[in-house]
Design a protein around this ligand. Structure first.
Ligand code: MF3
Ligand code: CO
Length: 248
């Protein structure tokens, strides 16, 4: 069931997401070569608490950290480690969320650290652009898979690989709610979008064919072909008009 949030609930979603937007800005400034992925997690977790939130990824289905840090060919859900050092030339996806007054927020950014090839920079940009192309369809009266098809169409133009095993999702009192939001082409248009739905839309894109594998830690998702991947996510409110991006 896709929940429709009341005005009061939407106000709390906005507050939760606003805090997450601040967290992402701070993390972007903090990120630099020489840090371990664990340093990023520790810094982020302390900041979430300072902002008055609670980390929502930590202990979610046993996930052991506050922030997912995924480097290069890691797509999502990388587990922070003290011995995983960020180097100049890496790309780092930071996926984080928090709970505030009972409401979840979720957003991801992929950052280039130092000198990164034009091809990889273009991947990061195309991933972000596919989110913005997707949400052009995100309004009441349209259908959910109009968003999916717009994201896929955006990426097909650049011949990128789309990850199909993982999707976006509804979000609210739970981190993951209905519906599942594919980033690939769908034949049907899916459920109708209604004002008050809050959705985490999150294209995951690779320089290869988009197929992925899980590492033996049972969390880290990597590309099967070793190509690099990018991830971009925001929590979005559906309205009768333009969508409201809550985590920017
Ligand atoms: N943004 C991630 C997702 O929607 C959150 C994962 S939380 C984790 O999949 F704890 F499972 F990593
Ligand atoms: Co998500």
């Amino acid at each position: 069931m896709i929940t429709i949030k009341t005005e009061e609930e939407i106000a709390l979603m906005r507050e939760s997401c606003r805090k997450l937007a601040i967290l992402h800005k701070e993390l972007e400034e903090y990120l630099k070569p020489g840090l371990s992925t664990k340093d990023i997690d520790s810094y982020g977790e302390a900041l979430i608490e300072k902002l008055g939130g609670v980390p929502n990824f930590k202990n979610y289905q046993g996930y052991p950290a506050a922030i997912c840090v995924s480097v290069n060919d890691e797509v999502v859900h990388g587990i922070p480690r003290a011995d995983r050092i960020i180097n100049d030339g890496d790309i780092v996806s930071l996926d984080c969320g928090l709970i505030y007054k009972g409401f979840h927020s979720d957003a991801a950014r992929t950052h280039a650290v130092g000198d990164v090839s034009p091809k990889v920079k273009a991947l990061i940009e195309a991933t972000k652009q596919s989110f913005f192309d997707g949400i052009k369809m995100a309004k009441a009266g349209n259908h959910l898979y109009d968003i999916s098809n717009a994201i896929a169409g955006s990426l097909e133009a650049g011949n990128y690989g789309i990850v199909k095993e993982l999707t976006g999702h509804g979000i609210g009192r739970n981190l993951h709610e209905d519906p599942s939001i594919p980033n690939f082409r769908m034949r049907r248009r899916g459920p109708k979008l209604k004002a008050g739905m809050t959705l985490a839309i999150e294209p995951m894109v690779t320089l290869g064919d988009g197929s992925v594998e899980w590492l033996s830690d049972d969390w880290t998702v990597v590309t099967a072909d070793g190509t690099w991947a990018a991830h971009y996510e925001n929590t979005v409110l559906i309205t009768e008009g333009e969508p409201e991006i809550l985590t920017i």
